[in-house]
Every structure is written in structure tokens, then in C-alpha cells.
Design a protein around this ligand. Structure first.
Ligand code: FAD
Length: 371
């Protein structure tokens, strides 16, 4: 059987769903191919579920622009369609005096990026806000919050379908052929899809998709483990240490349904053909329980009431990074690599926050330049 589309999206994580929804709503005949039996079973459901404000990314970068726009867009959708969210706010804390200048840098970047409701707090302000957290100073961002990623993806998927989009599950893309009409995409069970435009939203495997068209990228995988805190500690706001070079640091996340989660750490790992467990196999990776000590040491620096026995392994997620362990900042890549092929690669954090804005950005590229 052969299907014909204006646009075909590969990958039904939050980004592919947001892109698909925008295109279907713009009346393109849109298809979405996903290798798993459902949407959102990979990184989009294994992350901190934080709506970032946009303080972490250099001004003018796609990460900065799409994060700030995406943050506003998701709150707007959550309010209009009654999706689950909590605008908790966040404090980024200087645990040592020497980290205070980092807060000032983040403040300046935030202002330059158009982040609203942002201010520096002293230790006594923080004490009033979260009595159990100790620090020298903090940067408060009122637009940071938490959502339920599954809830957002359910919304995006149903909007996509309601707008006439067609989704194919258990459809792993294995080969792509380019011709003068566009692209023919082949899946593992020998389905064939022809399309004028093709969009790569394959997350951790996005470099494999570009490889099928002879375009080379190297993606690193960097695993992050999470532990949950099995005791009631009243922290109602997100608490982050100052960020490291390749990650935002092990932070405290008040979970949407109650309780606290801590994580993620960062560990560059060897890539395998499967990132997460599925119905057929337990996969290759799991939370490293021996890291409880590391997590405890890190978090007890600023939350001394936590005890090592309070921590239980919870889950892991894998970042898809263009940035190697020794590299500096790398932006999202969202570009038309060859006519009609839009590539989204390195969509790590703040990819969840940016998802709606990415969907709009890609739909505009299609409308302005392609079809
Ligand atoms: C530990 C961690 C914490 C994070 N925390 C946050 C946060 O708090 N806030 C935030 O904004 N962002 C966060 N992120 C980033 C965010 O989770 C990602 O940017 C986002 O989920 C990426 O979505 P995606 O749709 O691109 O990828 P994915 O969710 O990985 O979706 C890609 C889809 O493509 C499918 N696919 C792959 N290959 C093929 C193929 N050959 N054929 C068909 N389908 C294929 C996969 O099965 C998958 O469903 C975090 C990430 C990690 C790892």
C-alpha cells in the first residue's frame, strides 16, 4: 500500500506532535510515522517536565527564542484547554559565595532574552520562600513551572487527528529515497509513503534519519537519572544549583501530583539501537542505584533536611546532544538541509518547553519556502 502526503513527519515525541498539529491545522495533508506502538514513549515522557523561562541560552540562539516563546505558548494552551500545569517559579541558587556572579550573568541573559518576572534574592528572601533551602543568594524566575508532558502530548495528538492528520504506529523508518517529486519513505514492514516535504523529528535517532539521505551529524547520548524523595519535604518551588557546562545540574522538582523528584545527573553513554524499555525488551539502560550517594551529597549541600535513606531510584532520560563533553554551547539545528527536507537535530532541553514554538517555526518554514 502506498500513501501520499504533502508533509510527512518522522517521530511522534512532543516535537513531532507539535509540528504535525501545526501542519494539519494549516490544511496540509500530514502524516506522522512512529516506530513505537504509541506516541510519546521516549524522551518526551522521561524528563523534568519543567517549563523553562529562557535564562540559560545565549541571546539570539534558537534555544533562547523558542524557549521564551514556547513557555508563553504552553501556559496559554494549558489555561485555554484546562491542561495540567503549575506555575511554581524557580530559584537558581548560589550555594557558595563564588557562585553569585553566575547568578548575575544568568539575570543579564534572561533580561536580554525577554524573560519576565526575574529578580535576584538574598539569603533571607529565600529563607522566607523555602525555609529548608540554604544558600548565599538566588535568582528567581516567576515564569518557570511544571506541566504534565503526557497531558500535553495527548492534547497535541488529538488536535492533530481532529485536523485530519494521519498517524502510523509501529512504523520504523528504515530507508528514504529522494526523487524529483519529493521523498519516498520506507518502513520496516515494507510500507511506502510518498511526500512533497519530509521533517525529521526522530529525537535520539535523528542522525540515523539524516544518514539515510547521506547527511552526516554526530549525536551524543547523555543519560540523566532521577531519584524520588520518599518523605514529605515542603518545597513548592523548583530549586536549581548554578548550571554546569553540559547540564543544568541536579535540581529539586516538586512533582505535579505531589512529592519531590531530584535529578538529573549527566553521564555520556555508549549508544545502542534502543534507548528505553519497550513491550518486547527491557532495553540496555536503567537507573544506577549506586548514584544515591552522589545525589545525596549534591542535594544535601542546599537541602540539609534530606537523608540518604529518603532517596529511591525513579527513572532515567537520555539527552540527544550535538555538544560533546568538552564542547561549548550548541544550539538546536532546525533547517532545510536539502530542498523539502527539514531537519531537527540536537533537540535537547529546552525541547519540551519549546515544542509549540518549534511547531509554529517549522510550519512557517514549510509555508514560506516549500509548499
Ligand atoms: C533527563 C532529561 C531532562 C529534561 N528536562 C527537560 C525539561 O525539564 N524541560 C524541557 O523543556 N526539556 C527537557 N528535556 C528535553 C526534552 O525532553 C526533549 O527536548 C524533548 O522531549 C524532545 O522531544 P522529541 O519529540 O524531539 O524527541 P522524542 O521524545 O525522543 O521523540 C522522538 C520520536 O521519534 C521516534 N523515532 C526515532 N527513530 C524513528 C524511526 N526510524 N522511525 C519512526 N520513528 C522514529 C522515537 O520512537 C520517538 O518517539 C529533558 C531531557 C532529558 C533527557
Amino acid at each position: 500500500m502506498e500513501y501520499d502526503f504533502d508533509v510527512l513527519v518522522i517521530g511522534a515525541g512532543v516535537v513531532g506532535l507539535a509540528v504535525g498539529k501545526e501542519l494539519a491545522e494549516a490544511s496540509y495533508t500530514t502524516g506522522l510515522l512512529e516506530k513505537n506502538s504509541r506516541y510519546g514513549l521516549e524522551t518526551s515522557s522521561r524528563n523534568s517536565e519543567v517549563l523553562h523561562s529562557g535564562i540559560h541560552y545565549p541571546s539570539g540562539s534558537l534555544k533562547a527564542i523558542l524557549c521564551v516563546e514556547g513557555n508563553r505558548a504552553i501556559y496559554d494552551i494549558c489555561k485555554r484547554f484546562n491542561l495540567i500545569y503549575r506555575k511554581t517559579g524557580k530559584i537558581t541558587i548560589a550555594v557558595e559565595e563564588g557562585e553569585i556572579n553566575k547568578l548575575e550573568e544568568l539575570y543579564k541573559t534572561g533580561i536580554a532574552n525577554g524573560v519576565e518576572d526575574i529578580k535576584i534574592l538574598d539569603a533571607s528572601d529565600v529563607k522566607k520562600m523555602v525555609p529548608d533551602v540554604i544558600c548565599k543568594a538566588a535568582l528567581y524566575t516567576g515564569t518557570t513551572g511544571i506541566i504534565n508532558a503526557h497531558n500535553l502530548m495527548d492534547f497535541l495528538y488529538h488536535r492533530f487527528i481532529d485536523a485530519g492528520g494521519m498517524a502510523g504506529f509501529k512504523e520504523k523508518v528504515v530507508r528514504i529515497k529522494r526523487d524529483d517529486k519529493g521523498y519516498t519513505v520506507f518502513t520496516e514492514d515494507i510500507q511506502k509513503y510518498s511526500t512533497k516535504a519530509l521533517i525529521n523529528c526522530a529525537g535520539l535517532f535523528a542522525d540515523k534519519i539524516t544518514g539515510m539521505l547521506g547527511i552526516n551529524y554526530h549525536l551524543y547520548w547523555a543519560k540523566g537519572d532521577y531519584f524520588s524523595v520518599n518523605r514529605s519535604i515542603p518545597v513548592g518551588i523548583l530549586v536549581y544549583p548554578v548550571p554546569g557546562k553540559t547540564s543544568l545540574g541536579i535540581h529539586l522538582i516538586p512533582k505535579i501530583g505531589g512529592g519531590l523528584r531530584i535529578g538529573p545527573d549527566i553521564e555520556y553513554i555508549e549508544k545502542k539501537e534502543q534507548a528505553y524499555p519497550d513491550e518486547k525488551s527491557a532495553g540496555y539502560y536503567k537507573v544506577d542505584e549506586t548514584k544515591a550517594e552522589l545525589f545525596y551529597n549534591e542535594v544535601s549541600r542546599y537541602l540539609p533536611v534530606v537523608k540518604k535513606d529518603d532517596l529511591s531510584p525513579e527513572m532515567y532520560g537520555i539527552r540527544t546532544k550535538l555538544q560533546g563533553p568538552e564542547d561549548g554551547f550548541k544550539d538546536f539545528v532546525i533547517k532545510e538541509e536539502i530542498p523539502g527536507f527539514i531537519n531537527l537535530i540536537g533537540i535537547e532541553s529546552p525541547g519540551l518547553t519549546s515544542s509549540i514554538a518549534i511547531g509554529r517555526y517549522v510550519a512557517k518554514m514549510i509555508k514560506d519556502n516549500i509548499i
